[in-house]
Write a protein that binds this ligand. Structure first.
Ligand SMILES: Cc1ncc(COP(=O)(O)O)c(C=O)c1O
Length: 378
């Protein structure tokens, strides 16, 4: 793509600052290296092959994906080790995942929290004559998927996996997404240390029954940013850190200058209360934060393009229609046609809503990268 000015881009569009992206990728790799754990970033944040390849070049051991067809895009794109961090219980999905992994010689690892999940993975592994490593998912407080520490079924699942020749026991797996409901680093650090304690306790309990545990995998951006307890952890899987967003800024975990992804929009109308911009929920998503959290109760912060570095003059986005955003004027006087740059509250769904990410360096547009697994929710 011929380089051009940010001011010339048609809006709305999603832009990613190349320098900040690379800094964020190196920063998290450094956290992993310093704590002697592997980094297996969750690609649901960007769904972009080029970004995954940069993460791997910088030292990531492989990637984490959520959904079957999302994982297949990365398998076919040449990523050689993928954990599907979602309990895939449907046999047709397992079938196409394994066909693709076998064809591309990809090391695929799965996550389970039920007998049904184990049985179906075992059946499909048997069909193709492969042995798939599976993690048992532990619920450490988000209360989404996973078995809680004291659930008696947990040890049964480990035993069933161990005794099944079509699958192997990879280890324990958790995601402390409830850290997004905390508003400061100390509370998040406590959640990270509780997560670590739960997993270590379980590891001991399982090992005492003569079962070996190779891996203990944890992962979320807020906990990875502040945790100081990595004892016994083998792998971290944060995803959002490639871009960050206003969620981590509001929690005081990073400064706004580190947010790599933003949305470029144009003021198309104005009234006494609001500037109306051409980006609504179909560009910004309706997320105010991750996992149903509401953060600051807005949909992000807008800055006049050109004033972006002056982070004191931000204007909150108060409401969204599908194709319009309502930006609080905050005593500014923008003209119709002025452009704004928006730091969203949650970058991951924003990336999923766009076909391309425009890669920029300061005010220059360098390239556009495809969001390869956009919309792959099956
Ligand atoms: C299982 C799992 N692992 C890792 C992550 C990455 O966490 P974050 O989005 O905080 O980077 C997620 C995010 O939802 C997840 O569900």
């Amino acid at each position: 793509m011929k380089s051009s000015s940010l001011f010339d881009l048609e809006t709305p569009c999603v832009i990613v600052d190349h320098g900040k992206l690379i800094e964020n990728i190196k920063f998290m790799q450094n956290i992993a290296n310093e704590n002697s754990v592997f980094l297996r970033p969750h690609i649901k944040a960007h769904k972009c092959l080029r970004m995954a390849k940069i993460q791997i070049e910088e030292g990531a051991i492989g990637v984490t994906a959520s959904k079957t067809d999302e994982a297949i895009v990365f398998i076919e794109g040449g990523i050689k080790s993928i954990t599907v961090a979602y309990p895939i219980i449907n046999k047709d999905k397992l079938d196409r995942l394994l066909i693709s992994a076998i064809k591309n010689n990809t090391d695929i690892r799965m996550v389970v929290d039920s007998i049904e999940g184990i049985t179906n993975i075992s059946t499909v592994s048997n069909k193709y004559g492969v042995q798939i490593p599976v993690f048992v998912k532990i619920d450490v407080g988000l209360h989404r998927c996973g078995l809680s520490e004291n659930n008696p079924v947990l040890i049964d699942l480990v035993n069933i996996i161990y005794d099944d020749r079509n699958i192997s026991f990879a280890g324990l797996f958790s995601h402390a997404g409830h850290a997004y409901a905390s508003n400061n680093a100390d509370d998040i650090r406590l959640i990270a240390s509780e997560e670590c304690n739960v997993l270590l306790h379980l590891r001991k309990k399982i090992q005492n029954k003569g079962r070996n545990i190779a891996e203990v995998s944890v992962g979320a951006t807020p906990t990875a940013l502040v945790s100081n307890t990595y004892s016994g952890i083998t792998e971290i899987r944060p995803g959002n850190y490639v871009f960050f967003d206003m969620t981590s800024v509001h929690k005081g975990l990073i400064g706004a200058e580190r947010v790599a992804l933003s949305v470029l929009a144009t003021v198309i109308s104005k009234n006494d209360s609001y500037y109306i911009i051409d980006a609504g929920s179909k560009t910004l998503s309706s997320d105010m934060g991750a996992h149903g959290t509401v953060g600051s109760g807005t949909y992000g912060q807008a800055y006049k393009l050109g004033d972006y570095e002056n982070t004191s003059v931000s204007m909150p986005i108060i409401k969204l229609s599908e194709e319009h955003g309502f930006v609080q004027r905050n005593k500014t006087n923008l003209k119709i046609g002025d452009k704004v740059r928006i730091l969203p509250n949650h970058s991951c769904p924003v990336a999923n809503l766009t076909e391309y990410l425009f890669i920029i360096d300061n005010y220059m547009v360098l390239d556009k990268w495809r969001v390869d697994a956009r919309g792959r929710v099956l």
